[in-house]
Design a protein around this ligand. Structure first.
Ligand code: PGA
Length: 241
């Protein structure tokens, strides 16, 4: 399977800057081999999808609601994301688990809603620094996987150690390899198609470390935050894949 290089723009981007980024990506992509995805803020998805239409770069959301419609002020459904050109959605990002108190059960419900609407979910898991220092990282991530994925899960997992997000600190290659092997084993034991699911690494992926990280067995791509806002950096990461 081709690697997936996904950019999470988070809460960054107004009309002009998002369009400029999308145009620059479209111009710069050339014949890059990996599958490419950008996840702009919800207000920019439609415009970015229009700019990237036919480029091979896909567009996704950063969250969706677990219900299909109704009285949920301020929320966005999976079908709404599809409607404006998204094909993926990031779910259970650690920033949402922390800021919005999203539980594994809620992430699982959102994952089911996304799949039902035809979106490919990217479900995020990862331990805090305290959990890593206590040696609990496998237990924490194992529980997140067991609780956040429906039994027939067909989507993407992103392993993002929380202490590596936006910090410039990255686990050792050995630690990335062992966590991805652990996650693969969990997926295989829980899901019939677990051997074929993509597992992305996320957390301070930059042009300078991408090649080494992306060469690790069971790393099927990257979920990129800060560096996805810089065209040259995002394209350099894609080239490294
Ligand atoms: P970062 O963010 O690349 O800025 O560390 C990654 C993420 O939150 O997905």
């Amino acid at each position: 399977m081709r690697p997936l290089i996904a950019g999470n723009w988070k809460m960054n981007g107004l009309t002009a800057s998002s369009a400029a980024l999308a145009h620059a990506l479209r111009q710069g992509i050339g014949d890059l081999a990996p599958e490419m995805l950008v996840c702009p803020p919800a207000t920019q998805i439609a415009a970015v999808a229009t700019i990237l239409d036919g480029s091979g770069i896909r567009v996704g959301g950063q969250d969706c609601h677990a219900q299909t419609q109704g009285a949920h002020t301020g929320e966005i459904s999976a079908a709404m994301l599809m409607d404006v050109g998204a094909s993926y959605v990031i779910l259970g990002h650690s920033e949402r688990r922390a800021d919005q108190g999203e539980t594994d059960a809620l992430v699982r419900a959102k994952t089911e809603a996304a799949v039902a609407a035809g979106l490919i979910p990217i479900v995020c898991v990862g331990e805090t620094e305290a959990q890593r220092l206590a040696g609990d990282h496998e237990a924490v991530v194992g529980a997140q996987i067991a609780g956040s994925l429906p039994p027939d899960f067909a989507g993407v997992i992103a392993y993002e150690p929380i202490w590596a997000i936006g910090t410039g600190r990255v686990p050792t290659i050995g630690d990335i390899a062992s966590m991805h092997a652990f996650i693969r084993a969990q997926l295989v034991s829980l899901h019939p198609n677990g051997g074929g699911l993509r597992i992305l690494y996320g957390g301070s992926v930059k042009p300078g470390n991408a090649a080494e990280i992306l060469a690790v067995p069971d790393v099927g791509g990257a979920l990129v935050g800060g560096a996805s806002l810089v065209v040259d950096d995002f394209l350099a990461i894609a080239r490294a894949a």
